[in-house]
Write a protein that binds this ligand. Sequence first.
Ligand SMILES: Nc1ncnc2c1ncn2[C@@H]1O[C@H](COP(=O)(O)OP(=O)(O)OP(=O)(O)O)[C@@H](O)[C@H]1O
Length: 314
Amino acid sequence: MTTNDGITITGLSKSFGRNEVLHNIDLELPAGRVYGLLGANGAGKTTLMSLICNHIFPSSGRILIDGQSPAENAAVLERTCFIHEDQRWHDDFTLDMLMRVAPSFFSEWSAVTAEHLAAKFRLPRRTRLKKLSRGQRSALAITISLASRAPYTFLDEPYLGLDPSARSIFYTELMNEITEAPRTVIMSTHLIDEASSLMEDVVLMRDGRIEMHADVDTIASEAYTVRGLADDVTQVVAGLEMLSSQSMGRIESALVRGDLNGDTHALAEELHVSIEPAGLQELVAAFGILDAGDSIPGTSGSATAQPALKGVQS
Ligand SMILES: Nc1ncnc2c1ncn2[C@@H]1O[C@H](COP(=O)(O)OP(=O)(O)OP(=O)(O)O)[C@@H](O)[C@H]1O
């Protein structure tokens, strides 16, 4: 018998040859939430998801899904759906064929969802899958993943090659799907701000370790961006924990954490300094977790980051 108690990972390590890429990970992921799995290229996100779904095997440690090991356990594995970024399909398969066989792999399969998403993404039904474009392959993976209605659905950078309007379809349809049929979704993404409204929890990975696991609302309610003339910003943020700062000429933008009381707000107003809730991407960048290529959109200039958010770690 299974219970809905989620995924429990204890002391999980994974080596490829002599190279250990995941190091002694402990992680609790309660069921029924949407997790954003974030981290720079090579941090170990795909490896972690592949291990949970038993596509590869741990070097040491234990994974439990609803209290049971997924290792060679069909009953558990049929509750998971993980389509790899470079998923290979049978050479002669078409979408129509895939949609006919999918219900035998996924007991909760929704033909209605599959039809709806295939139409939304305008996926060709009779083209051999190996001929699909990069964006169409992503749309196919999203279609199968969401239609699977698997209680544990894994999405590994699901938007690769998708144009902005297809990404918008994905975000809307994911929201609709989890409202209609709640499930646990674990999604790796580098488009943090774009996808942040979907995420309930973030799991930050760095170099094969879990750097932080926290509730998005908690993180966001504690951090602010303070912007204005450098001297004025310095006055406003005095006494607050500075996570990072960026200067563009005389303008400074400081990412701070702490309790902003009425006096702080009054001083900011007097000095024409703006205070806004920090974006998730900005916060993740403050950890130094993002690659240069993932830097915060719309900002430039010198930046110093202090990984001071450690206090939010679970
Ligand atoms: N099959 C493999 N053989 C050897 N090394 C591997 C293999 N798969 C992954 N790795 C290594 O494990 C580390 C983690 O890779 P992984 O793909 O999990 O990272 P990621 O966080 O998903 O990265 P990205 O954001 O680029 O997709 C990398 O150093 C990678 O080179």
